[in-house]
Design a protein around this ligand. Sequence first.
Ligand SMILES: NC(=O)c1ccc[n+]([C@@H]2O[C@H](COP(=O)([O-])OP(=O)(O)OC[C@H]3O[C@@H](n4cnc5c(N)ncnc54)[C@H](O)[C@@H]3O)[C@@H](O)[C@H]2O)c1
Length: 411
Amino acid sequence: MNRREFVEGVAAGAAVIAAYPSARALGANNRIRIGLIGAGDRGTQDLKEALLQPDVECVAVADVYSRHRDQVKTVVPGAEVYDDPRRLLDRKDVDAVIIASPLHLHAEHMLATLAAGKDVYCEKTMTWNIAEAVACLHAAQNSRQVVQVGLQHESDGDLADTRKWIQDGLVGKVTMVESWMSRNTPHGHGQWVRPVPSDCNPAHVNWNLFLDGRPKVEFDGNKFINWRLFWEYSGGNITENMVHQIAWIQTALNLKEPEAVTMSGGVFSEKDGRQVPDTIAVTMEFPDLVVLWQSTFNNTHFGLGERILGTDGTIEHISGATDMVTGKYTSGINYYPEKLNRADGVNLIGQARSQDHMGNWMECIRSRNQKTNAPIEVGYNSAVAAHMANLAFREKRRITLAEAKAAKQIY
Ligand SMILES: NC(=O)c1ccc[n+]([C@@H]2O[C@H](COP(=O)([O-])OP(=O)(O)OC[C@H]3O[C@@H](n4cnc5c(N)ncnc54)[C@H](O)[C@@H]3O)[C@@H](O)[C@H]2O)c1
């Protein structure tokens, strides 16, 4: 079965689901034995976070690049390393798998991990397109596995504060959410661009496993290292960063997929051969609510944040913004009453403590609780919003949910 048939088969509810083994018994002393697929920057970071949790051991790592296999051995010298993730998934002693491969591989790795009866921590964005998001949603909901999506802000205290303020009725009717995210780089250096190491060549990289059924093209070290810049493997800043914020907003306000999305922008900052836009304005339509997200790679002054605008109050969540008056770096979660409708309302500052996102996954694995802080539904809703935005951009029009679900992938 090739990759497309595998994903489409799962989307149609095919036999893979019936093949799920029941939840596995953990090893001695309730020890969780993990595997890692994709030992790059983020995967190594996730692995280190996982190893900080009690009674966790990494027994296997799969990565197609020998340099990264060598590097991860310095973190987990006892782990077995492979190039092909299937060899890791074949092992009976792996209970749970962290997936931190490039975006275009997430769905394949997640579906195969679920089919092998192992719990999953899958980096965001959950999938590269909507069909894959549907397939992963069905597969996870029909399994007994514990899924956490790497949307770590779902575990943040400021989200808990926001939900409480909204539930307590302090915000009133919300018809508009503004959100933004900004970065900058030195002149002449594009955001995300990484140097291609001299050993990044077909002798050290299993290029076919990276392509994973995509049209066969010559080995390209730049595409392998800088996959984020190309539609074939990435959704650009929408799937890198908007997804974190839209997931946060969806959870705060109990939203599902958008009804329609428009997006404009382009490659304006550094014309370095990248395909994905660096300057972006997205409008997402939900029932009686519009969510705006804008992003630049040219200026960091206002950091990133969200503002939930209600008839009775405003919630402002900012991170790394420079205060206009004091020039100080500010961050935090604040509530401001609308005096018009809440004359006796007072300003509030968030108090809730954040949870450890990786720790939450481990706790849920032990208790077999599928309601992690970033479960499959959060991964699905945020992935669909992200892909609707990119589809709207690529097709240069407003795209509805039904159109997006029916669209042939055009990345
Ligand atoms: N949650 C967050 O805040 C956060 C932050 C950064 C990155 N990420 C996500 O983590 C993922 C990885 O990002 P990164 O920056 O670490 O990328 P990276 O390129 O540094 O790492 C990807 C790794 O996957 C390996 N790989 C490629 N094809 C493979 C295959 N078929 N099987 C096994 N391994 C394969 C590569 O060799 C590489 O080591 C992305 O989805 C990214 O969006 C999440």
